[in-house]
Design a protein around this ligand. Sequence first.
Ligand code: RNT
Ligand code: ZN
Length: 426
Amino acid sequence: MKAYTDKTAVEESYGRAKESYGNFGVNTDAVIGAALRIPLSIHCWQGDDVIGFESGQSLGGNGILATGDYPGRARNGDELRADAEFAFSLIPGKKRFNLHSLYAETGAQKVGRDELGPEHFQKWMDWSKKKEIPLDYNPSFFSHPLAGDATLSSADPAVRKFWIRHAISSRRIASAFGENQGTAAVNDSWVPDGSKDLPADRLAPRERLRDALDEALAVPLPAGTIIDAVESKLFGIGSEAYVTGSHEFYIGYAVKKQISLCLDTGHFHPTETIGDKISGLLLFIPRLLIHFSRGLRWDSDHVTIFSDDTRDVCRELVRTGALSRVDIALDYFDASINRIAAWAIGARSLRKALLEALLEPHGLLKEAENAGRFHERLALMEEFKTLPFGAVWDKLCLDDSVPPGADWLAKVDAYEKDVLSRRSAE
Ligand code: RNT
Ligand code: ZN
C-alpha cells in the first residue's frame, strides 16, 4: 500500500481546515491539544483474549467469551507489555492501561485470587512508572472454578466470602496503583452472576450482591488513590433470563454509595444507546466510567469503531461539560484479527470521536436553541458534519508523532512478521 500521507500534504490540508473551523469560531490548534490530553484507558485483555497468566487457557464463563484464533497472542507479561508498547506507538494522546486480576505475575508460586496483593503487580507498576502510563484495575469474577454458579451473590457463604476477599484484595491493589502513579486508579467490578432461565427469586441474589459489595467497600483506603466503579449488564451468554447486577440495581447502588457507575456501550438493549443517560446520572452520582465497546446482536464486545453510537456519546460528554467527571475506557476482545490492530482501531476511533466532538461549535447550537431558532440548530448540526475533520485528525496524529491516515497498518504488518509470527512458530 502506498504511504498515505506526507507531512507537507497534511500541513497544507490542515491550514485550509483551520480556516473552515475558524469561520465558526473554533480554534483547531487548541482543540488538538485538548483532545490529546484526554486519558483513554486501554484494556490489557484485547492483547491475549482475556486469558491472563493463571492457567494459560481461557475458562470463560457467563458473558465473557473471545472467539477466533488469530496467531501470535501474548502469552506472558513481557509479551503483553511489548505488544502494548507497540500499540501505544500507533495511538495518539494520553493513555492509561487497564489490568485485570488475571494478569498478576506470581512467578512459580500459585496465589489464590483472594490472596493477591500489590506485590504481585510489581512488574506492572515499575513498567507503568517508567512509561508514564497510569494503571487501572478490575477484579476478575470469572474464569475460575468458584465462579461457575455465582460469585458475590452466591447463596453458598464460603463461595461468597471467597469473592468478597477477592473484591477487597482488588481494591487494595488498585489503591496501591494510585499511590504509585499519583492519580487514582479506577477499580471496576463486573460480576457475571445471573440465570440462564427464569428465576423464581430475583430479589435474594440482589440482596446478597448488595451486602457483599457493602462489605468490600467498607474497607478504608487512602483518599484519592482509588475510584470504585460498578458495571451492569443486560444479559450474557448463559445469563439470558436474569442478571443480578442489572442497570437499575447499580444505578441505585451507585447513588446510595456515591461511587462511579460504569456504562458499557454493549450492555444495553440493541437499540438503546447511552448518550442520553450521562447528564441524568451525573446529577446524582460523582463520576461515570464508560466502557467503549460495540454490541453486535448478542455479543457486547466487538471492536469499537467511529460509529454514530461512539460519536454520540463523545458529543454528549463534551456538550455536557462532563469530561472531568468521566473515566473513558475501551472494552472489547476479538481473537479473530490481529490483536494489536484491534487495539489501534478502537483507540484511534475513540480519540477521533472525541476530537470531532471537541471541534463542534456547540456554543452556536446552544445559542440557536436558546433563541428558539430550532431550524438553525438542526441546520448547523448538519453543516458541521461535513467540515474537514479528517485533516485535523491527521494533524493531531502528526503532532503526537503517530502515523496519520492508514500509514500505521504497514507498521502492524512489520510487527506481525518480526514478532508475532515467531511466537506462533515456537
Ligand atoms: C463484561 C464486562 C467487563 C469485561 C471486562 C473483561 O461483559 O464488559 O467489563 O468485559 O472486565
Ligand atoms: Zn465492560
